[in-house]
Every structure is written in structure tokens, then in C-alpha cells.
Design a protein around this ligand. Structure first.
Ligand code: SF4
Ligand code: SF4
Length: 119
């Protein structure tokens, strides 16, 4: 069962997830359709080996195992799958350290996307 990066990653890109993925299956979008593909990272579901190593590394709590993706973010699972369908429009992301968010920023980001931060 692959893992999914959701919209909670948008504009974060600290790439903590990338630094631990043993199979380099986390990608950024480099194609022209910026309206559909937000500025976030995406997991190739066919390459993900379901190790779960990325999830605890994500300071924005943006990564979920496919069955646990919040209903509100259901479309994000399909967007991650596009890495397979549109492989020429994605490239493997390399590590790029940034500052981690505060708990308040993480909660505010969840609220922004309609998620209850206490759920
Ligand atoms: S679950 Fe493992 S293989 Fe899949 S994206 Fe995360 S770190 Fe990579
Ligand atoms: S660690 Fe989380 S928020 Fe940061 S790039 Fe990876 S999925 Fe996005």
C-alpha cells in the first residue's frame, strides 16, 4: 500500500521526506499545469515500497498511508498517481534543508486546508 503526500505539503518543500526515502520515489512537478499540480511533492505509488520512513520525517504531517488519507484530500491520492501517468513531467526531488514549522504553524496549515488540527 503506497503512501501519499497531501496538499498539507504545499509550499513547504523542506524535503525531510526525501532525505529518508530508500528508493528515491518522491518527485516534484516540472510540467506546465501549475493550476492542477500545487507546489508540493508527490510519491510515485508504483515505486513506493511502503516502508513508512517518510511519514515521521514530515514536519507538516502531510504524508498518509493511502487508506488513511483524509476524505477532504481524496483527490490528492490521484494526483500522486499522476507521477506514473505523466512521468516526463516529474523529476526526483533532492534534499534541501529548511527551517521546521512551529506546532502553531502546523495547526494553522491544517485549518487552512479545512482539516481539524485536533483530529
Ligand atoms: S513509504 Fe518509504 S518508499 Fe514510500 S515514499 Fe515513504 S520513504 Fe519512500
Ligand atoms: S517533509 Fe512533508 S511537507 Fe516537507 S516536502 Fe516532504 S511531504 Fe512535503
Amino acid at each position: 500500500m503506497p503512501w501519499v503526500i497531501t496538499r498539507l505539503c504545499t509550499d513547504c518543500l523542506d524535503t525531510g521526506c526525501v532525505s529518508v526515502c530508500p528508493v528515491d520515489c518522491i518527485y516534484e512537478y516540472i510540467g506546465p499545469d501549475k493550476a492542477q499540480f500545487r507546489n508540493q511533492l508527490y510519491i510515485n505509488p508504483d515505486e513506493c515500497i511502503d516502508c513508512g520512513a517518510c511519514e515521521p520525517e514530515c514536519p507538516w504531517q502531510a504524508i498518509f498511508e493511502a487508506p488513511a488519507v483524509p476524505e477532504l484530500f481524496a483527490d490528492d491520492t490521484e494526483l500522486n498517481r499522476k507521477v506514473v501517468d505523466l512521468s516526463d513531467q516529474f523529476k526526483i526531488k533532492t534534499f534541501q534543508a529548511t527551517e521546521h514549522p512551529t506546532p502553531e504553524q502546523v495547526a494553522e496549515n491544517k485549518r487552512k486546508w479545512g482539516l481539524n488540527p485536533d483530529a
